[in-house]
Design a protein around this ligand. Sequence first.
Ligand code: HEM
Length: 483
Amino acid sequence: MGFNVGNSILSIQSKALPITQGRLLDFPDDPFACMRRLYQAHGEIAALEEGGHRLIFVFGPRYTQQVLSDSKTFHSRFFALRGPKNSAQRRLTSGLLTMNGEEHKRHRRMVFEPFQKKSIEKYRDALAVLVEQMLQEWKAGQVRNIARDMTQYMLRVTSSVLFGFDIPELAFEIGRMTERWVGMNHELGMGAFISDPGITGAYSNLLELAEKLEAQIRTMIAHRRASSTVGNDVLSLLIRARDESGTGMTDAELIGQAAVLFGAAHLTTANTLTWTLFLLAQHPEVASGLFDELTGVLGGEAPTLEQLEQLPLLDRVIKESMRVLPASCYSQRINAQPVQLGPFHLTGMTPIIFSQLISHRLPDLCSQPEHFLPERWSTLTPSPYAYFPFAAGPRMCLGATLAQMTLRITLPVIWQRFRLQVMSGASINAKVRSTMLFPTSGMPMLVSPISVPFSSSNVTGNIHELVELPETARSITALARAA
Ligand code: HEM
């Protein structure tokens, strides 16, 4: 595997600058293929240009640091299509991911409190109960789509821990709509950027979907407001949050923050859980070492907060999984003022993409980057701009501590309870959609009791382009483990 230069991007290279003339829509069509071609052609900074429009890409720590640490110059523009004033689309896109400057700082301070470590620790018990409830439905001998299970589980976690209610149907509905809405925003955002006339009809569909999604989020907020108990969930804390001048959030602001939190939380964490379970299942030695660590420290139970500090292999597995198959693959900034970025002098508002998916597999970060090798993390200490699954700098993921805790409670309970084996011959495919890495054809896994040996399976699909998997099915027997 390597970064092969394909030919779908028309390669008329500029002599002076690292620019590839090509089709801008190649990027949203297949972000991984497009970015690796650009990296292969130009290295750590490159531009894709069509008809005078330019997208800049930065790979690796040098320029990623410049872009992520200078939030004054490089603004976030997660949602390009803000919709008309007073529209649902405008309110839904008004969350943290869209804000910049003082407004971003003020809101980040207000939203921060529920995400501090001491607030997050209160959710440990709720997580342990929710994972237990999920596993009650799992029976040995079943073939389960683990991707769907993880998404539904995360919708329950998000709705109860973040929003203080547990109406699964509403959570699933909001989850489905959020996923579609975020996806449409990304597709149309690019169309708008290159003035594609095809987007007009789709734009009105987006506005319609935004209205429906907003109505559901309003129901969720109303449900929380109507509750007689003072909740410790994130939404209750946001409803009560005040800035330094004692001002709280308006309903419109609350809707924007709630939409971002709902979307940012459940899909990223669900995909990380799915990819980690897949990687474990395909690497029996790691899987069995993890099982031994977990049962040795936890004895079959969910970790307590103290025990979370005693699971080094679990930490390495999660770090490595988020390196090789990062849930968040890339994101975008736009320069709000003229700036020199490497060889480019950017005057107007130019979109700049930074990418975990490419940066995490550069040879400067580690050897054999396409292999899943958790042990490398016993010595690997990269800069926060070389390895950045949650981004870095002043806009680093606000939910990183919550996501980490969710992963570190959920995975041990599953891993101590059942053996999971990917169905032999299954087609496993990964696609970047709306900046996230989705398992697009599900994750069919056989659920077995823990007496069954660990064994990997031969799978097909484009997953082999992203990670080097053991070639033949391998099995670690209980005997071999004992030895
Ligand atoms: C494994 C799970 C997660 C991953 C990989 C992840 C990744 C990221 C990344 C890369 C960013 C930066 C995006 C950018 O700058 O354009 C981000 C921002 C953000 N994330 Fe997460 N995230 C995860 C879970 C969560 C959770 C659980 C929450 C909330 C409950 C959350 C809330 C946010 C918020 C509010 C921001 C915007 C921060 C700002 O702009 O100031 N994320 N996340």
